[in-house]
Design a protein around this ligand. Structure first.
Ligand SMILES: NC(=O)c1ccc[n+]([C@@H]2O[C@H](COP(=O)([O-])OP(=O)(O)OC[C@H]3O[C@@H](n4cnc5c(N)ncnc54)[C@H](O)[C@@H]3O)[C@@H](O)[C@H]2O)c1
Length: 273
């Protein structure tokens, strides 16, 4: 394996929703691999903390305040990042908004914000980024989707629809941007414990939930933000140079399980092998 394939020196990476959660881990991972990173988020306070941490670990980073639910903002965000850094090589559409409201409690406001931040903004940020990447000879785009694009869990219909829309958008953009040497892929996380929630997840008063969460995965554990970041890094790396329009599901096997076995209370453990 050529380790230089996973270096991003001189690359500029824009990550939306990167003030915290998975986005922050993705931004940090690219930064550690040599990239300059643009932290784009609505949450100024969290973004300032994130920026401080990144800079303390030697990563060159800037914060760009943006409300991706507003018309024109995704495009302005991309322009601002290019004005500040002089280029844009990688765009990670990661931000999400909205609540997980059940069918009968859901509202039009919740539908609008979920779709605008999670789906529409990804499209218009990408639309703005493509000519810029084209003028530089190519680039990479990764949409952070979800297993909710494939299976139905409790909560927001709009979330499920926005994520399945991202899957089709990924393929659409891959076809249209491919001739410009721009690859477009997606990463679909399953049950991920964000870095900032690790202690809570591992706390002693959380044993029941933790055990159930771990048991419903074939790998018998939940996932971590770094594992989503690693998939995004791979897709943008030279090691993935012939991969476009694809999705990597990072879910420890959660959605491929034998549902009938679960129904009959049989779980796949090493004892069954
Ligand atoms: N955490 C999980 O288990 C999980 C599972 C599947 C998919 N995902 C996906 O991974 C991505 C990151 O998830 P997360 O759990 O870190 O989410 P999160 O809610 O912790 O973070 C989302 C970020 O988006 C920002 N944001 C919200 N509204 C915005 C707006 N209008 N404009 C700009 N920024 C805005 C928030 O400030 C926040 O920093 C999302 O796309 C999510 O759907 C997460």
């Amino acid at each position: 394996m050529d380790k230089s394939n996973f270096r991003f020196d001189d690359k500029v990476v824009l990550v939306t929703g990167s003030a915290g959660g998975i986005g922050k881990t993705i931004a940090t991972a690219f930064g550690k691999a040599g990239a300059r990173v643009a932290i784009c988020d609505i949450n100024r306070v969290a973004a300032e903390t994130c920026l401080k941490e990144l800079r303390e670990s030697g990563i060159e980073a800037m914060y760009f305040a943006v409300d991706l639910s507003k018309k024109g903002e995704p495009q302005r965000m991309v322009s601002d990042v290019v004005d500040a850094f002089g280029k844009l090589d990688i765009l990670i559409n990661n931000a999400r908004a909205g609540e997980r409201l059940e069918l009968l409690e859901d509202t039009e406001e919740n539908w609008d914000i979920t779709m605008s931040v999670g789906l529409k903004a990804s499209y218009f940020a990408t639309q703005k980024a493509i000519p810029i990447m084209d003028s530089q000879g190519g680039g990479n785009i990764v949409n952070i989707s979800s297993v909710s694009a494939h299976v139905i869990s409790s909560g927001s219909a709009a979330y499920h629809v926005s994520k399945s829309g991202l899957s089709q958008l990924t393929k659409y953009l891959a076809v249209h941007a491919g001739p410009k040497n721009i690859r477009v892929n997606s990463v679909s996380p399953g049950l991920i414990v964000q870095d900032e929630h690790r202690n809570r997840f591992k706390s002693s008063d959380n044993v029941n939930y933790r055990t159930r969460a771990e048991q419903c995965h074939p790998l018998k554990r939940v996932g971590y933000s770094q594992e989503v970041a690693d998939a995004a890094l791979f897709l943008c790396s030279k090691a993935a140079s012939f991969i476009t329009g694809q999705e990597i599901i990072v879910d420890g096997g959660l959605i491929i399980q034998d549902q009938w076995a679960l129904l009959s209370n049989k779980t796949h453990t090493t004892d069954n092998i």
